[in-house]
Design a protein around this ligand. Structure first.
Ligand code: NAP
Length: 309
């Protein structure tokens, strides 16, 4: 099938881009690898998206985004994109994992980012048997038990707070004593009785047996002291890696693989735009992803006007 625009990824950036494009009267395919919402779906509570003074649950916001898009005739295509290649006539060919393909005049890449692994010994052995990357998905398994969260960004702070309401105790392990995440979360963490901060510390090893993980060895980076923390769950929040490897070399990326765009969300490849967390930028928020999506759609529409002229 040929579309004016193909939007890849159905998180806040992709849904917004699709919405803006379809409302402008062009034909749009939205390629979704999983349920709409992206990282919003694995976020317990979102407190900084305007319009929700009491906060909103991630799945509720994702549902609202999806319901909004459902009002418009966007072709929803399920699948993982394996490649985007320049095709004849100035089109792009977007290949999907199931062998299907579609063509579009313009492509808006909104594939976001996925969690990074911690890289500690034992992570692979206890993945899914104690080691998790999603508190909203797995937190309930540890109800009334002790868990460790590692990281010092917004994800680690938010999810430590979420877990503190379910589990017996949360140990928050961070390699520095200053947090990258917002002060509002850090203050809440410091006020929460069942969260213990273990700062200037890294996880040397994840330990356990056949029944799963039972402890982590934590090393103080200043004095080298090793502390064994007994816990059945470890939630890893040490940053995100972009989903951009399926793109052609013509799309310039930074050393970590994040797509470089200009202020209009244009990439180095004519007709390919990028929006949201997959982009090289500093601010990664639902609100900034939505803004990127609207900007990218506007630039794509200008491109399509010239294409059709
Ligand atoms: P992040 O902001 O990149 O933070 C990653 C954290 O992990 C940092 O504290 C980093 O330590 C630590 N870290 C990295 N590698 C490590 C390692 N090998 N061992 C131990 N610790 C390690 O990642 P994020 O928290 O996933 O957030 C990603 C983006 O989404 C950010 O832009 C964030 O602001 C945004 N986000 C926003 C919200 C919100 O506003 N509500 C919620 C979630 C995410 P250092 O600090 O020492 O580098």
């Amino acid at each position: 099938m040929l579309y004016d625009a193909a939007v890849i990824g159905a998180g806040p950036a992709g849904i917004t881009a699709a919405l803006y494009l379809v409302r402008s009267g062009v034909s749009v395919a939205l390629v979704e690898s999983s349920a709409p919402g992206g990282q919003v779906l694995s976020t317990a509570e979102i407190e900084n998206y305007p319009g929700f003074p009491k906060g909103v649950k991630g799945w509720e916001l994702a549902d609202l985004f999806d319901a909004h898009l459902a009002e418009y005739p966007v072709a929803r295509v399920r699948g993982d994109v394996t490649s985007v290649e320049a095709a004849e006539g100035g089109l792009y060919r977007i290949a999907l994992s199931e062998g299907e393909a579609l063509e579009a005049k313009a492509v808006v890449v909104c594939t976001g980012a996925k969690h990074r692994d911690l890289g500690a010994p034992g992570e692979d052995s206890f993945r899914g048997r104690g080691v998790s990357y999603c508190a909203v998905c797995d937190g309930n398994f540890y109800r009334g038990r002790d868990v460790v969260v590692v990281g010092g960004g917004n994800s680690a702070l938010e999810e430590a707070l979420y877990l503190s309401r379910i589990v017996n105790k949360v140990y928050l392990v961070h390699r520095r004593d200053a947090f990258r995440g917002a002060k509002v979360y850090e203050n809440k963490i410091r006020e929460t009785e069942n969260i213990e901060l273990v700062t200037k510390s890294v996880i040397d090893e994840i330990r356990g047996g056949n029944a799963g993980m039972d402890s982590v060895a934590v090393r103080n980076v200043e004095n080298g002291d090793i502390r064994i923390i007994e816990a059945e769950g470890l939630f890893v929040y040490v940053g995100m890696a972009p989903v951009s490897s399926f793109l052609p070399a013509a799309v310039e990326r930074d050393a970590a693989g994040f797509i470089i765009t200009d202020a209009e969300m244009c990439t180095s490849a004519s007709g390919i735009f990028a929006a949201g967390d997959v982009r090289a930028k500093r601010c990664r928020q639902v609100s900034s992803a939505v803004g990127d999506g609207a900007t990218a759609a506007t630039a794509a529409l200008t491109y399509l006007e010239h294409w059709n002229a």
